[in-house]
Structure formats: C-alpha cells, structure tokens
Design a protein around this ligand. Structure first.
Ligand code: V47
Length: 366
C-alpha cells in the first residue's frame, strides 16, 4: 500500500521501518517533531501489524492502591500525601483481602498493586499482603510494586534488592509494573522528582528483576517539562536494557495529568500528543513485545483510535484507580470487559483476553 506522506522525512524512515532497522536518536527526534501525525501513525501501524497483525489484548484485572502516604513529594503527583494530611489512608491487610474478595467469582486474572513509600509499614506487611492474596486467590497473578517502591522496600527490609525480590517472589509476587520511571533525563528529574530513585537505579532494579526470572513493564511520563530529546533518550535507554535482558513485556506511555499537583499551571496533554507518544514508542521500542494504551490516562476514545497508531493492548477492567483520579483523571475507574472487547472490534481489531504474561484466557467470537 502506498501512503502519501506530507513530511518527506518520514518517507525515508519508512525504508528503515520496513527493513526492521532500529531507529536512531535523530530518527526519534524527527518523529516527535514531525507535523505529519498520520504519517507517524502509519509507520507505527506497520510495526504493530508485523508483530501482532490485528490481535489486541486486554485483561480482567483489579488495581489496588494500598496507601497514599509517601515520604517523597514529587511535583507531578497528586496522590502521595504525608501522614498528617486529612486524605491520608492505609488499607489494612483485611481491607485489601476483602476488596479482592469481591472479585472472587469474576475470573479476575491479575491484581495490580502500587502505593506510596510509607514511612512506618514493616516489610512483613508487604510479604503478608502478597502471600495472603496468593493463598486466597492462587490463580490470580500479582503484579506489584514499582522499581521505586522495591528499592524502598529493600531499605526497610535491610536486605540487598535481589534478596528482597526473591522473598517477595517466594511469597507470590509474579511481575513488576512499569511505574516510577517518569523521564530519565537529569534536568527533568531535578525539576519534577528530585528526591526520587535516579534513572540508573530505576534501570538497575529492572535488570535485577529480570535476573531473578520475573518480567516487568516500563513507562514514561510525558506532557510536562520534558522535550523531544529527553523523551527519545528515555526510550533508547529502555531499548538498550531490553537488548540486554529481554525481560520487559509492555511499554506504557503515561499522559501527565496536572490537576492538584505542583505543576497545575501546565496544560494536560492533547489527543495529538497522546497518539504521537504511543506511535513513537512503538517505533523506537522495536524490541518491546507490547505497547499499551492505558484508557484511564488518555480516555477510551483515544485508546481505541490508537489501535491504528501502534498499540496492541488496552490494559483492562481496572476497577479502582486513585493516582490519575487524584490528578483530575476524568474517565471512570471500571470498564466491563465486554465493552473493551466491543471497542476493539469496532476499531477493526481482534479482541484477545489475556493474563499478565499474554497467554490467552478467553476467546471472543467476532
Ligand atoms: O509511577 C503519577 C504516574 C504511575 C501522575 O505497568 C502520573 O502495566 C500522570 O505506572 N499524571 C503509576 N501520571 C501508574 C503506572 C501504571 C499504570 C497502568 C499500567 C501500568 C503497568 C503501570 O503513574 C506513577 C507515575 O509515573 N503518575 N502522577 C500524574 N499526575
């Protein structure tokens, strides 16, 4: 099929994309800056269809945010608060188990657990959370704790990260979510999350996760003070680690939501930037199996359109989402899986309900 590129720079990139050559730093910057969004999407769709044809994944999952108390105060975050804040909460283990219990008969296949860096909870709380969930729901995969939380938990446990991970894995932890990466560039981290795990530490945590046989995801927070060079650098650093370990499953670009944050003077992201972020990620991360459109972040409508802009995954049912909703997220928090499947079909794609490791769990007739 011939595509009529408005931007001739993209025509040159098409040859590289078709011959499966990795794109360079300069190519990445070209993609972020091109005025030809449809051209960028067309290129990303070539990769998406080569890897997955029309297959589009989603999962019956439930997010759990166990505490919003956090010792860090990232400028972009409206979720984390200190202990004295009236909105501070920490779920007891019984509360977590009873939240999870509500889904016992719903064939939920994944619990996705992230929270703040709590100053007082002992390591045993996290071990008991994971082993208690596993005991009650042996068939449910537990994806929990970002690299930032894991580094913090190792500090609390007073153990090397690898041993901490092994204890959590033996308690039932299955894989690691992609949060906490933000943008790797020092200039940006200094502005938006100066106290947080530095970029190399984030990458090292994931390398250690992969070394103990667990898979993980990766993210990039975009649409705040970062520039095209910094986004490209972020993607290339992830691609390099993936070349080394092959332990990443999915990349999820996270659209910055400004409300109630210290960066609330910034605008939220546009549909144009959301689609571009997904497409450029698909093109630069040619060694990542999956690129996910997290509908909570970008609206179900943009997520659906993005299935022709490089994405092959729509996350899932979610149920409870506090991080983006604290920052003005305007979508609901729950989607019935038949609605997700219908949206995928309407976009001309094939819905596949999956588990965390992308094994098919349910066949939809279309
Ligand atoms: O780590 C915090 C980000 C992340 C804001 O692995 C914000 O499958 C936008 O990582 N605006 C948590 N983003 C969510 C996350 C995630 C979500 C869905 C799927 C997966 C996965 C991972 O949310 C945080 C931080 O990077 N975040 N505040 C905000 N105002």
């Amino acid at each position: 099929m011939l595509f009529d590129f408005e931007d001739t720079n993209l025509k040159i990139l098409e040859e590289k994309v078709r011959s499966e050559e990795s794109l360079s730093f300069d190519d990445g910057v070209t993609l972020w800056n091109s005025f030809d969004l449809l051209g960028v999407g067309y290129l990303a769709n070539i990769v998406r269809e080569r890897m997955h044809s029309s297959d589009t994944y989603f999962i019956h999952n439930r997010h759990i945010n166990h505490t919003n108390i956090c010792v860090n105060s990232c400028q972009f975050c409206a979720f984390g608060v200190n202990e004295d804040n009236p909105s501070a909460y920490t779920k007891s283990l019984d509360e977590i188990f009873s939240d999870a219990e509500k889904y016992k008969n719903g064939r939920v296949s994944e619990f996705h657990i992230v929270g703040g860096l709590h100053p007082d909870l002992p390591f045993q709380y996290y071990l008991d959370m994971i082993s208690g969930l596993k005991e009650r729901f042996p068939d449910v995969h537990i994806q929990a704790f970002t690299a930032v939380e894991l580094e913090y938990l190792a500090g609390i446990a007073k153990m090397p990260l690898k041993d901490t991970l092994i204890e959590l894995r033996d308690a039932g932890l299955g894989s690691i979510p992609g949060g906490g990466a933000e943008i790797f560039a020092k200039r940006v981290r200094k502005k938006i999350c100066s106290e947080k795990t530095n970029a190399q530490d984030w990458l090292d945590v994931h390398e250690t996760v992969h070394s103990v046989g667990m898979k993980s995801n990766a993210t990039m927070l975009y649409g705040h003070v970062e520039n095209a060079d910094e986004r490209t650098d972020h993607l290339i650093r992830l691609r390099e680690l993936q070349n080394k370990t092959n332990g990443f499953l999915t990349f999820i670009p996270l659209a910055f939501h400004p409300e109630n944050t210290n960066l609330s003077f910034l605008q939220g992201t546009s549909g144009q930037l959301d689609l571009r972020a997904l497409a450029v990620s698909r093109l630069m991360l040619d060694n990542f199996p999956h690129v996910k459109a997290f509908w909570i972040m970008i609206t179900p409508q943009i997520a659906q359109v993005s299935l022709s802009f490089g994405t092959n995954d729509m996350d899932g049912t979610v149920v409870e989402e506090k991080i983006i909703h604290a920052a003005g997220g305007a979508t609901g928090q729950i989607f019935h899986k038949n609605v997700i499947a219908d949206m995928i079909v309407e976009a001309g794609r094939m819905p596949i309900e999956r588990d965390t490791l992308y094994e098919q769990t349910h066949k939809y007739m279309v």
